[in-house]
Design a protein around this ligand. Structure first.
Ligand SMILES: NC(=O)c1ccc[n+]([C@@H]2O[C@H](COP(=O)([O-])OP(=O)(O)OC[C@H]3O[C@@H](n4cnc5c(N)ncnc54)[C@H](OP(=O)(O)O)[C@@H]3O)[C@@H](O)[C@H]2O)c1
Length: 239
């Protein structure tokens, strides 16, 4: 177990956390706010973001709520407009929202199911990276954290696990593209957590994703990029 080492906080930065209305994204939003980071809280609908906004309001940071379905161009456009009319920039992007596959024998999974999962877990992530990473590079600062999974040997959930393999490869390519501009792109495995997606039998409580989930956001300038981080490897430093 490693101790979270952060030389400085995230004061004045703006983070967009997709899927921050519940589950892991809600914890990430809370953890970022505790480090002084302003947070854009995303959910499919604005009212879904209220609980997280209440949690984050305990910290002296700014918040902004954005809504939109990630499986449609219209939904993604609404999110981009929400960012533009809000803080106008994203310094730290957590592509956290994802959907799980419906379990089925691998060779009976329909094209529609593959598309449903890939639209949210892969194509939306790419569109958000397209929208925000070039401006991060121009400003000379950016952190992109794409949520992956340690899922293995679950052929009945292939659309989900293959989508995460795509997240891993895409993230390494994006990292290489921006390696000279202090835009650090990394993947984060939160561990198997009790959330709506992880289910009640998961090994860990959702709160255990902190502080590890913050490590790739708190990296020093020109730090590691194109790497894999496991949230469960980290604990808060002793007082
Ligand atoms: N839980 C685990 O054990 C586990 C393990 C490995 C990796 N992960 C990864 O961790 C991330 C978060 O998972 P989680 O367990 O926190 O999931 P979750 O509890 O099911 O929460 C999903 C979040 O994504 C949003 N979302 C779902 N479908 C969406 C769509 N079509 N468009 C826009 N937003 C959508 C939801 O918004 P609404 O509230 O508005 O519906 C919600 O905020 C995912 O990338 C997942 O693959 C989780």
């Amino acid at each position: 177990m490693k101790s979270l080492q952060a030389k400085k906080g995230l004061n004045g930065k703006w983070a967009l956390v997709t899927g921050a209305s519940r589950g892991i994204g809600q914890q990430i939003a809370r953890g970022l706010a505790a480090y002084g980071c302003n947070v854009m809280i995303h959910g499919r609908q604005l009212q879904h973001t209220e609980a997280t906004q209440k949690i984050v309001s305990a910290y002296t940071v700014e918040t902004c709520c954005v809504a939109g379905e990630l499986d449609s161009d219209e939904g993604i456009q609404t999110i981009l407009e929400g960012v533009a009319t809000g803080p106008g920039r994203v310094d730290i992007l957590y592509n956290n929202a994802a959907v799980m596959s419906k379990a089925a024998p691998i060779c009976e999974i329909t094209q529609a199911e593959w598309m449903r999962v890939f639209k949210v877990n892969v194509f939306a992530m790419v569109q958000l990276c397209n929208a925000f990473t070039p401006a991060m590079a121009t400003r000379g600062y950016g952190r992109v954290i794409n949520l992956t999974s340690g899922i293995a040997d679950q052929p009945r959930l292939a659309p989900y696990s293959v989508s995460k393999a795509a997240v891993d490869k895409y993230s390494r390519d994006l990292a290489f593209e921006y390696r000279e501009q202090n835009v650090l792109v990394n993947t984060l495995d939160p561990g198997w957590l009790k959330t709506d997606l992880g289910g009640p039998d998961a090994w860990h409580e959702v709160e255990s994703v902190l502080p590890g989930a913050l490590v790739p956001a708190l990296l020093e300038d020109n730090g590691p990029s194109g790497r894999f981080f496991a949230a469960q490897d980290y604990k808060y430093p002793a007082d």
